[in-house]
Design a protein around this ligand. Structure first.
Ligand code: CA
Length: 232
């Protein structure tokens, strides 16, 4: 089996020292760069399967690196963001990054996110019609939703929101992305719609809507559907 190649573009040496053995221990091949220039050169010469990209690099803004990568590659890019990069992180997601990890993060979280991002690449050509999260099953082709085998009725907007999350196969969706996809280009400012409809989805689909296991809130960023949720 081919081992996926992961490129790390990160100037913090301690973080690279943590990332490299964590990834090689999982049979990933790893390349690492400490500057944007070096990282972009490695990306062009090796075409990695996934890029872990720090937004705060010494020579070039991480957003510029993302734009350059996106001009020729659709492979997943995962942002590594520090706490003071909240706005940049959302901007990066809205401009084509696939996901983010907020520093500090643990090995378990890192590896789970990488699995999701790589699975998404493998499936992106064959659109996956059925998405499951624990006991929740969403059939995107037949537009049917069931919980523990029982069908659940959703309104058109509730379904559209669920579909927007399900199509991302576990990746984060930003507020702007969800609002535009569900309510159209004019919907982008209405974050309160999203809160209201997310509460309705949780009420219908979560066992305990106050402690959601399927619909995860990413504070100040958006939401994701947890594909690794346990059954009810
Ligand atoms: Ca940095």
């Amino acid at each position: 089996m081919n081992q996926p190649l992961i490129l790390i573009i990160e100037d913090e040496e301690p973080l690279r020292r943590f990332l490299i053995p964590t990834l090689t221990g999982q049979e990933y091949q790893v390349l690492s760069a400490a500057t944007a220039t070096e990282g972009l050169a490695m990306a062009r010469s090796h075409n990695p399967d996934l890029v872990l990209l720090d937004l705060g690099l010494p020579d070039l803004d991480g957003m510029a690196v993302l734009r350059e990568l996106r001009s020729w590659s659709r492979k997943p890019v995962m942002i590594l963001s520090a706490r003071n990069q909240e706005r940049d992180k959302v901007l990066a997601l809205d401009h084509g990054a696939d996901d983010y990890l907020a520093k500090p993060f643990g090995a378990g979280e890192l590896l789970a996110r990488i699995r999701v991002a790589l699975r998404h690449t493998l499936q992106s050509d064959v659109s996956e019609p059925v998405v499951c999260s624990g006991g929740l099953r969403i059939d995107l082709e037949r537009r049917e939703v069931s919980r523990e085998g029982s069908p659940v009725k959703l309104t058109a907007l509730e379904y559209r929101l669920l579909e927007a999350l399900a199509r991302r196969q576990g990746k984060v969706a930003t507020h702007t992305q969800l609002l535009t996809e569900v309510w159209g280009p004019g919907g982008a400012g209405n974050t309160h719609y999203l809160r209201i409809y997310m509460a309705m989805l949780r009420k219908k689909l979560e066992t305990d809507p106050t402690r959601p296991r399927h619909f995860i809130t990413e504070p100040n960023v958006g939401y994701r559907l947890n594909l690794e949720a346990p059954g009810d």
